[in-house]
Ligand binder design. Structure first.
Ligand code: CIZ
Length: 301
């Protein structure tokens, strides 16, 4: 009898002493098979506290890098090394240093959706779940926020600090189809529309709440509403349906990330068999990036 792919993964996972972490934007079969599903912050906490020797990270490259930064003694595997993030790739060290030179009184808060080499130049990292909290906590009245301009703009509206915003964007969220969102609202007039802060301000104006994915889960849990329109990467709709089977969810804005869909069960199995591709990093970059990530973790508690 042939074992299912999931059973073979489970067997190898035990043999390798591995834990499988998956982001909420991953395909349904990956979410179903993972040990933990969550946002970057939740998965960072799991990566830093796990006893497993191997972390298989089902997400995109900056997330697996963060797991390696937090758990340098573990083997961190990204089953598809080409699962990149165009937002992370839109910032590089020399250009950030130039901006820092223009604003010498600023400390840099960097969204985790960035390369490790750039994290090493930042004072603190943040995720969409804690961006405002981190910006408020850094000991300066001026902040450089990079690389997502929409999240930076959203934060700048809620803080008295002067925020210098990098002009980068998540191409999946920044191109959210606002007309489609409006049509979905007409289709389900009783629904709450929740949108991600990486979407453009026009989406925030239509929405009932602007939240990261962790915030969306908490919103639904405490809401009396039955129906929700979800303005973030469509994988999140599956996550919410799994958590709240008695509620109804529909994607809004046609937001899809092809990089988040590059990992398959087959690739997870292969990566556990071969214990590769392993995330590697210059140790000095890892140490310095680790300081910025640690400041985020301390702020969030
Ligand atoms: O922080 C994350 O995990 C991302 C990429 C989105 C979100 O809001 O969770």
């Amino acid at each position: 009898m042939n074992d299912s792919m999931e059973a073979r993964i489970d067997h190898l996972k035990r043999k390798r002493d591995a834990v499988i972490l998956a982001h909420s934007y991953q395909p349904p079969e990956i979410q179903d098979m993972a040990d933990h599903v969550g946002d970057s912050l939740e998965l960072s906490v799991k990566a830093s506290t796990t006893d497993a020797s191997v972390i298989v990270f089902c997400g995109v490259s900056f997330m697996a890098e963060t797991a390696h930064i937090l758990s340098p003694d573990k083997t961190v595997i990204l089953p598809e090394p080409d699962a990149g993030c165009p937002l992370a790739d839109c910032i590089e060290v020399p250009a950030l240093r130039t901006l820092q030179g223009m604003h010498p009184d600023s400390l840099t808060v960097l969204y985790v959706n960035s390369p490790a080499s750039v994290k090493a130049e930042a004072y603190a990292c943040c995720t969409s779940a804690n961006a405002l909290q981190v910006v408020e906590s850094v000991p300066s009245d001026e902040v450089i926020f990079a690389p997502d301009r929409n999240l930076g703009t959203f934060i700048s509206r809620s803080t008295k600090k002067r925020v210098h915003i990098w002009n980068g964007a998540c191409r999946s969220h920044a191109t959210a189809d606002i007309g489609e969102m409006a049509s979905r609202k007409e289709e389900w007039p009783d629904a709450r529309l929740l949108v991600h802060p990486e979407t453009p301000p026009e989406a925030w104006e239509l929405a009932d709440a602007v939240l990261g994915t962790g915030g969306m889960i908490r919103y639904v849990a405490s809401s009396g509403s039955r129906r929700f329109l979800i303005g973030t990467e469509e994988g999140m709709v599956y996550r919410l349906k799994t958590l709240f089977p008695e509620r109804e969810f529909m994607p809004a804005g046609l937001i899809y990330c092809e990089n988040m869909k590059k990992i398959s069960l087959q690739k997870v199995l292969l990566s556990l068999e071969r214990l590769e591709p392993v995330v590697e990093m210059d140790p000095e970059v890892r140490r310095r990036a680790g300081l910025a990530v640690a400041r985020m973790m301390e702020t969030t508690g």
